[in-house]
Every structure is written in C-alpha cells, then in structure tokens.
Design a binder for this molecule. Structure first.
Ligand code: PGA
Length: 255
C-alpha cells in the first residue's frame, strides 16, 4: 500500500518563532487523527530544520523535509547546504526540483539528478517535483515534458533507489496562482506518470510510489483531488502557512 502524504512547503516564509508556533498548532489540531492515516511532512526553511525536527521527533505521523540541497557532498560552496547537513538536523526528506528552483535558480534535470543521488546517498528521501508550464499545457506537450523530466532526472536510478522516492506533480501554471488542475487533469497526469514508472521499473514499484499533487491545493478542492485513484496526497504551499487550512487539507483524507 502506498503512503498517503500531505506535505507543507513553507518556502521563504515564517520566522523561527512563528514557525514553531505553527507546528504547535498543527500538532494540537491533528492529535485526534489516527497517527498512521496520513504522513504529514513539514518543509520549513533550512534555518528552522533542527528546531522543527526536535519538536516533531516524539510526535508520530510527522516527518521533516528540507526544500532543497546542494548537488555536491561537501566543499567550498559558500552559502550552500549539503544533504549530509540536512540529515544531521533530523530531517528525513528533501524537496528536489521544485519549479521555483528550476525557474529562478536555473536548475535543470542533469543537476537535479545529482541532487537526487546525493540525497539518497545520505539516506534522505527525495520528494521530486515535475510538471509542465502553461504554454506546454496549452500546446498539448505536458505529457512529453513530464516524461522527459522523469527520464533525465530519475530513470538512471536502480529499482531499489527509485522505490524510495516520492513524486510530486506540480503544474507550474497552478503554483501560487489560485488556478488548480481539475481532478480530471490531475488524475490523467498521475496515471500517466505511474504508467511511465511501470514501463521502466514494473508494476510493484509503480503501484507503491506515492504521487502527490501540488498547485493551489486548498481546503475547498483537496477532497476532490485526493479522491482521484492515482493522487496519493498533496504538496501544499500557501495553504500550509495557516493551521486551519493545512489541517483541513489533511482531514480531506479522512472524509
Ligand atoms: P501553492 O504551492 O500551494 O501555493 O500553489 C505549491 C508548491 O509550490 O509546492
């Protein structure tokens, strides 16, 4: 059975004290949920990882993710943070290939493949983001774009390593725009991604890979999106910054 996951990507938001307060509120508001129903992952900025991990280490059903890592194991890269450092804070996941990293920091799939390798070498689980932009969707290239991202960044992995990954489908046109993919569009793409994984790694691995949807997911649309057969949860940006919204999205799985 694949894991159901709701992950909150805080991006560059929240001071340390604001972040810790948000965590306290989320813990309190989810304490009634069976701890194994949905894995809740919190992805705060690097500076908060150790404190957030410390707070969540004794709370079941939670994990912590970094939002990025450097592609080299260590060295003279002033200002950068390695996978090993992230792991040492208590985090177990790392978001790799977010469209904002691709767009604003010029990260391409060759570089992202290196990040995936260094994350796995340090026992961090990549949450790997793929997705087409608005023009690519309009011109009907979305399937090809996603297929290429999978192939170039991930399909070099051994089956054992690939089976550790979480995939996030995040159409760029839906991120932070308030425009969400319809459940039909999300299911169509998630099913396509799973079929590409099946072709490369076989049914066992494809059926056990969690594929999250991200892009303007909110309390109003989460239930419908999560009801899709191949949607195993969400990667939530804006709505993860408010306790009531984030918890309501988590609860969408229970309803
Ligand atoms: P959003 O962001 O929910 O604010 O659209 C999603 C993401 O970037 O992961």
């Amino acid at each position: 059975m694949r894991k159901k996951i709701v992950a909150g990507n805080w991006k560059m938001n929240k001071s340390l004290s604001q972040g810790l307060q948000l965590i306290d509120e989320i813990i309190a508001a989810t304490s009634d949920l069976p701890s194994n129903s949905v894995l809740k992952i919190i992805a705060p900025p690097y500076t908060h990882l150790a404190s957030v991990s410390e707070k969540l280490k004794s709370v079941t059903g939670f994990a912590v993710a970094a939002q990025n890592c450097h592609h080299m194991p260590n060295g003279a890269f002033t200002g950068e943070v390695s996978a090993e450092m992230i792991k040492s804070t208590g985090a177990n996941y790392v978001i790799i290939g977010h469209s904002e990293r691709r767009q604003y920091f010029g990260e391409n799939d060759t570089l992202l493949a290196q990040k995936v390798n260094v994350a796995l070498a340090n026992n961090l689980i990549p949450i790997f983001c793929i997705g087409e932009n608005g023009d690519e969707r309009k011109t009907n290239q979305h399937l090809e774009v996603v297929k290429k991202q999978l192939k170039e960044a991930l399909f070099h992995l051994t089956p054992i390593d690939f089976s550790k990954l979480v995939i996030a489908y995040e159409p760029v046109w839906a991120i932070g725009t308030g425009v969400t993919a319809t459940s039909h569009q999300a299911q169509g793409m998630h099913n396509y991604i799973r079929s590409e994984i099946n072709k490369k790694y076989g049914k066992d691995i494809s059926e056990n890979t969690s594929i999250l949807y991200g892009g303007s997911c909110n309390p109003q649309n989460a239930q419908e999106l999560f009801a899709c057969l191949d949607v195993d949860g969400g990667l939530i940006g804006g709505a993860s910054l408010k306790t009531t919204d984030f918890v309501s999205i988590i609860n969408s799985f229970a309803n």
